[in-house]
Design a protein around this ligand. Structure first.
Ligand code: SF4
Length: 439
């Protein structure tokens, strides 16, 4: 099999992995070395559904010994198989880098032979890149659950970011659909990585030359929509992962049916992209807005309203906490007002030290008054002429959302070879930048 045939198979097989942000690494070029990683800038290009685009996203192999029912690479699936040698993959990465096609590598793998053997293949590839080619670009590598701790530690010394896919939101779903995996086999390497990252942090305080272990942290990916798990289950798990393992990100991947199985949605079912989007919004609320999973959802409302973003949904259900007075409300409460993001809340806090804010001032600061107006007062007054009930607020928020949704194209999973309408067929795909909008 030629390298290009392997590349075609293994980049296509990797398109279901979404955990690939390159945030947090700033490493300049060095004489005699190749490449650099930039903390901000081109490495931070995202598709509208959150996928990073500037890395070569590829599998080491898709010849898997496991049989996870939701996965295209499962043992029982009749699909073309390929495995790179470490040399082939390292050469390809450097070739693409030199042509300016990519800025780094996102390397995942199915489990070939056994977890240790697979992990060794990954280590060899990364060693060639780092030590032989002197490659200083960004590398995100997937840890292989079940591999020896020493191998995982070696892998983490060569990569910038590591991730272990949690795959499904509950152990019950895991048992049903991925019987070769267990919650323990996934959480154990996650704990190891978290511990090593922490250890390196302490050592760096004492010795500046301490080798860094996965300096961009660890992340994970969860498939949603393949099992009956609710948004509440998913968000509670997410919250626990952030707290216990200090994850940088949890990525949600809308399930795309790849097989006919009575336990899974039938082929042809559309991936729940809107649900994925709502979970990303809620995840943002957990990390930056001080919300907890149990505040956003509960047993009576275990799933997000598909047409209202989670923050608006929470506010409409908690009208007793509003309106808040912009000139005196605590910062934490400002963050909970729909239409006020972190930056706007900070600007309000700074501006009101010097003067009293009115609605025009808020608009200038960047507050989205269309949403915020129902939930705030300025110097004790609501916006002039505003009359509403909780139901009419919900209607107003929904119609705004609906218009946005109607104007959006539904994003699709792209492979490395998917032709872009604006480029030559073999060129890397161009995505629109994700505008990280304030919630
Ligand atoms: S171990 Fe990974 S690649 Fe193999 S079948 Fe399961 S999800 Fe797919």
């Amino acid at each position: 099999m030629t390298t290009i045939e392997k590349l075609t198979i293994l980049t296509d097989a990797a398109k279901y992995d979404v955990a690939c942000t390159s945030s947090g690494i700033d490493r300049g070029g060095k004489k005699g070395k190749l490449g650099s990683a930039v903390k901000m800038g081109i490495c931070h290009s995202f598709a509208s559904d959150g996928r990073c685009i500037s890395l070569l996203k590829v599998l080491m192999t898709n010849a898997c010994i496991y049989d996870c029912q939701y996965c295209i690479n499962r043992r029982s699936n009749d699909t073309p198989r390929a495995t790179f040698t470490p040399r082939e993959l390292a050469d390809l990465t450097i070739g693409f880098y030199r042509r300016n096609y990519i800025e780094g590598l996102f390397l995942s793998s199915a489990v070939v032979k056994n977890p240790d053997y697979t992990c060794e293949l990954l280590i060899q590839t990364l060693r060639l890149l780092r030590e032989e080619y002197g490659f200083r670009g960004y590398i995100h590598v997937k840890a292989i659950p079940g591999a020896d701790n020493r191998l995982l530690t070696l892998l983490g010394m060569l990569a910038d970011r590591m991730s272990v896919n949690i795959e499904l939101p509950s152990e019950r779903s895991l048992k049903l659909l991925a019987p070769d995996k267990s919650k323990r086999s996934i959480l154990q390497p996650m704990g190891l990585i978290a511990g090593k990252i922490q250890e390196t942090r302490y050592d760096l305080i004492r010795y500046r030359s301490t080798p860094k272990f996965a300096p961009a942290g660890q992340s994970t990916q969860m498939i949603i929509g393949a099992t009956p798990d609710t948004d509440w289950n998913i968000l509670r798990l997410t919250e626990g992962l952030y707290r216990k393992y200090g994850l940088r990100r949890v990525f949600y991947s809308a399930y795309m049916p790849v097989s006919e199985n009575a336990l899974l949605p039938p082929k042809g079912t559309k991936p729940p992209l809107l649900r994925e989007h709502r979970l990303y919004q809620a995840d943002w609320l957990l990390r930056f807005y001080g919300f907890t999973a149990d505040e956003l959802l509960d047993g009576q409302h275990p799933n997000f309203h598909p047409l209202v973003d989670p923050k608006c949904g929470w506010a409409v259900n908690h009208m007793e906490q509003f309106p808040v007075e912009i000139n005196t409300a605590p910062y934490e409460m400002l963050l909970r007002v729909p239409g006020i993001g972190v930056r706007s809340a900070q600007r309000i806090r700074a501006a009101r030290r010097c003067r009293s804010l009115d609605f025009d001032g808020l608009k200038k600061i960047g507050v989205v008054l269309k949403r915020a107006q129902y939930f705030i007062t300025c110097s004790g007054k609501m916006r002039e002429g505003l009359r509403f009930t909780p139901e009419s607020v919900l209607r107003a928020l929904i119609s705004e959302e609906k218009q946005k949704l109607a104007a959006q194209d539904v994003p699709e999973q792209l492979s490395f070879f998917t032709p872009s309408p604006t480029t030559e067929p073999q060129a890397p795909v161009a995505f629109p930048e994700l505008a990280q909008k304030e919630a």
